[in-house]
Write a protein that binds this ligand. Structure first.
Ligand SMILES: Cc1ncc(C[n+]2csc(CCOP(=O)(O)OP(=O)(O)O)c2C)c(N)n1
Ligand code: SF4
Ligand SMILES: [Mg+2]
Length: 307
């Protein structure tokens, strides 16, 4: 491991990990660790960010780190939080870091249990919308229309046939004090959400759009462009749910067409006009719903009861 001369300039997630050049999730980890600081203990589920960060005898983590399984990362984090409590330590934050496969699908039971118990843990999902580590299978976060090795494109099937799970809403429905959606392309917003989530004594959840250049099929040099366009075209939203109250943090009132985002990625190269239209309609609809939930929708004309 190479150490920099000026220790204060070091990222807490070190360069030299083996993520692909332009890897969105690796960048998410740099932003997460730098924002949360040294006083954390990371519990990492399996996935690309575990494989590329912690191959013995090397590690990219400059904070205490435990690798766990999909099925029990939130349970392990709950145990660490209990141990800290028993020691009278009320400053170190336990942070789960897990992919979308771990969060939406494989480890969801454990995640749900942790939220139900209200453990003092911050759960961060780096959402690359697919199972990257095992060769690009679909996850519950994979968007409609995307091609993966398990949502194939051929004569009958044209990519994923269902929509993404609404994971922030699902987390918020557990009654946790804070759930939020962020993006690697909006650092100030991400920092605000992580700091807020860290300060709360209870279970908090932040999911981060972190595009995977290899799995989605684009050049690693445009990862931030892809992430930014997702937000600008209303296919990813920056919002938070604090004690049940929704807030849209960035209002893409003059959106880019979804096509601009989709056409940058090979996983969408087969899309038909009908599929583009479907995705555009869904994006607009999700926006309207979020505006409504955030109390930002323009008031509807008064409806008179029929006589
Ligand atoms: C219980 C279990 N099921 C499946 C696997 C195989 N597996 C390892 S990594 C992975 C993909 C994880 O996807 P995600 O959580 O999105 O992380 P990413 O690889 O995208 O970073 C899978 C399916 C496993 N290790 N354990
Ligand atoms: S496959 Fe995707 S998530 Fe994995 S290291 Fe490469 S860019 Fe990152
Ligand atoms: Mg993933």
């Amino acid at each position: 491991m190479v150490f920099m001369s000026n220790q204060s300039e070091m990222h807490l997630y070190a360069p030299g990990h083996s993520g692909c050049p332009g890897c969105g999730p690796s960048n998410a980890l740099i932003q997460v660790c730098d924002t949360l600081g040294k006083d954390i203990i990371v519990v990492n589920a399996t996935g690309c960010m575990e494989i590329t960060s912690s191959q013995y005898p090397q590690t990219a983590w400059r904070v205490p780190y435990i690798h766990s399984l999909f099925e029990n990362a939130p349970a392990v984090a709950s145990g660490v939080a209990a141990a800290l409590r028993a020691q009278g330590n009320n400053h170190t934050k336990v942070v789960v870091i897990a992919g979308d496969g771990a969060t939406y699908d494989i480890g969801f039971g454990s995640f749900s249990g942790m939220m139900d118990r209200g453990e003092n843990v911050l759960y961060v999902c780096y959402d690359n919308q697919l199972y990257a580590n095992t060769g690009v299978q679909k996850s519950g976060a994979t968007p409609y229309g995307a091609e993966t090795t398990t949502t194939i494109v051929g004569k009958v099937h044209k990519g994923k046939e269902t929509e993404r799970k609404q994971i922030v809403e699902i987390a918020a429905a557990h009654g946790i004090p804070y759930a939020a959606s962020a993006s690697i392309a909006y650092y100030a917003d991400l920092q605000m959400k992580l700091r807020k989530a860290k300060a709360i004594n209870g279970t908090t959840f932040v999911t981060i759009d972190a595009p995977c250049c290899l799995g989605a099929g684009f050049d690693g040099g445009i990862t931030f462009k892809v992430a930014k366009l997702a937000v600008q075209s209303r296919l990813w939203f920056l919002f938070e749910v604090e004690n049940g109250k929704y807030k849209l943090n960035f209002n893409p009132a003059n959106p880019k067409p979804v096509r601009e985002y989709l056409e940058l990625q090979k996983r969408f190269k087969h899309l038909s006009e009908e599929q583009f239209d479907h995705i555009q309609r869904q994006a607009n609809l999700t926006y309207e719903v979020l505006l409504e939930k955030s109390g930002m929708a323009s008031p509807k004309p008064e409806q008179k009861p029929s006589q």
